[in-house]
Design a protein around this ligand. Structure first.
Ligand code: SF4
Length: 259
């Protein structure tokens, strides 16, 4: 288990308490992380965004599931239950047991199958047809609060839907991996994912559009799976070590125990 979950003694200033414009140092926090990760991992492959309903289905199913398994399930669902681009009516009309069988490799399929079917039925009842394309005409905050009415859709999922889909809005989907890296870096004070997103979004440069935020999220995910893993962060080769209090503390402790 990594010895990294110690509160940072040099807790960063909370952007919520900041009045007025950010200092140059605060304003460069995320761009600096982004530049260092870009230098190490390279430019992420551009995403080909899905329609909002397809992204909704993926995001609902993919929580706490490894990406390859989530992607395989989407391919299976498309093959079995999709009638055409963006047409998921056969999935909505399938039995819960058939859906559960098709999504068996994600975590908690017995919970996600009825939740997904119910959400697709509720969307149809509220909208008059099974689509989320109408959301494009609303403000981002309104879209997210509308999406968060559905069981299983919290801030992380609603952020993923608005940012990754063709809605292409500014948002940061803070899952457990993203939260871990940001907390180790002490970029903002420790908090839950929703508060962390709010705090990070205050640090996001105005010039970063939705695609740039998607790239940033992808780089953080890549880092979380490559070097900044849950159990065994590899701090020595990490491109963020010079700005990471947790990594520096880990390295110092390592030198004390292995002088
Ligand atoms: S130095 Fe890098 S790998 Fe180590 S905790 Fe910090 S971000 Fe993670």
């Amino acid at each position: 288990m990594a010895k990294d979950l110690i509160p940072n003694p040099e807790s960063p200033a909370d952007p919520e308490s900041v009045r007025g414009p950010l200092t140059p140092e605060q304003a460069d926090k995320l761009p600096h992380i982004h530049r260092l990760l870009l230098g190490y991992y390279g430019q992420p492959k551009p995403r080909e965004p899905w329609d909002p309903l397809t992204q909704f289905i993926y995001s609902l199913l993919s929580s706490r599931t490894k990406t390859p398994a989530s992607q395989q399930v989407m391919r299976d669902l498309e093959r079995i239950f999709r009638a055409g681009p963006g047409n998921w009516e056969p999935l909505r009309d399938a039995s819960v047991s058939d859906i559960e069988r098709a999504i068996a490799i994600v975590t908690f399929p017995e919970q996600k199958a009825p939740r997904l079917k119910q959400a697709l039925e509720q969307i149809t009842a509220r909208v008059g047809s099974l689509t989320l394309d109408f959301l494009a005409k609303y403000r981002t905050e309104k879209i997210r609060s509308w999406l968060e009415q559905f069981e299983g859709v919290g801030p992380q999922v609603s952020a993923a839907i608005v940012n990754f889909s063709t809605l292409r809005r500014r948002a940061l989907s803070i899952d457990a991996n993203h939260l871990r890296v940001i907390q180790r870096l002490c970029t903002v004070p420790r908090a839950d994912a929703a508060t962390t997103e709010t705090r990070l979004m205050r640090l996001v440069p105005e010039t970063w559009d939705a695609a740039m935020l998607d790239d940033h999220h992808t780089l953080i995910q890549l880092h979380a799976h490559t070097l900044c893993t849950f159990a065994d962060p590899k701090c020595a080769p990490c491109p963020l070590l010079k700005i990471c209090p947790t990594g520096q503390r880990n390295q110092a402790e390592l030198h004390l125990t292995n002088p």
